[in-house]
Design a protein around this ligand. Sequence first.
Ligand SMILES: [Zn+2]
Ligand SMILES: [Zn+2]
Length: 373
Amino acid sequence: MSSGAICFANRLVIFSNNDYQNFPYSLNDSFDQFDVLRRVHSLEFSSDEAFKSKVSFDETSARPTTLTIVLHADSTLDASGIIQRIRSLAGMSAFIVLWHPEAVESPSLRIQAFINGANMVTCNENHLKDVLGTILAMQGTGQVMQAMQGTGQITCHVCGQQYMTAQDLWYHMPLFHIYHPNFQAQCQICHEHVDNMQVHVHEEHGPSGPCKEVRCGIGAAVVVHRCSDNKFLMVQEFANQGYWLPGGMMDGLQEPLTTCAVRECLEEVGMEVEVKGLLQIQHDMSAGKQGWRLVTFYAQLKEEAKPSEAKTVPDFESAGSCWVSAEELDHVPLRSETLPRKWFPLLSQQPDFVIPPLKIPDHLEHLFRDVTL
Ligand SMILES: [Zn+2]
Ligand SMILES: [Zn+2]
């Protein structure tokens, strides 16, 4: 380890109301890597002091500490109140995971959990393993990583977490603060004053260097349909913007539009899809303007893709994803109403609707001469 490197004491507390009957056994390896692990078989805290005694430990050294909390609840639990209470007692820098089978499947419970203070809602053991590994690597437990990086000088603007490197901050911001409103600040890495810290860190200080999004004015949106129960895969957007379709801008004009659609699905909802039709084209190409074009595709999961693998690890692309029915659209915030409100009911309630072919309609071809489908 490099000299002066700070090694955190990483604490993990698992609260459960059901004796771990449904906790995948393989997660124990990840849990055991924390310096201090405590399992609490109750969600009842008679007082704030009782809670604090459960999550605080006698520290023999003056090492800085981190706190990760996994709330493992079965479907009998209404998690909202308990998450809110845990967040207010544990502080902003704690990482709180809700492991809850119903919240994973329900778009409104998912959103509610984040609003109440959860950082992640999952029932996917691989996703949780990944995140716990990232947290440990960030905070000085990953000794190889620590030796390479030394100790960072960056303090998080939002929660005050200290001693981070630029790379730590890049992982930390979406994991710990995905629902935090975008904010202005002076960047501690390059010292620039920026209007949107989240976008700035994402685009300028990634592990493999700057990766500024090319804003070429042409994008794809994707209606990903699961026919078995007529649900559609939606992105849970960052900064509490509600749900929307997976989609985004082309990575420059050389990227085919369908490739863009598949890539955005992988990034935003974590699923491999097959594009099967072209539903709609919206555009504004009025003379004298930069103009924009948005193509909405119809897609289904690739055959080998498992619906249960939908993304639950927050990163700069999204807070996660969820399968949503046409009826559920009334009960969740939407980043934009137009496309889901039009296509979800039509595709799920009109079985004789024929998916339009994967082709730019003749009368719009002149708008797409510079683009490969
Ligand atoms: Zn923070
Ligand atoms: Zn910067």
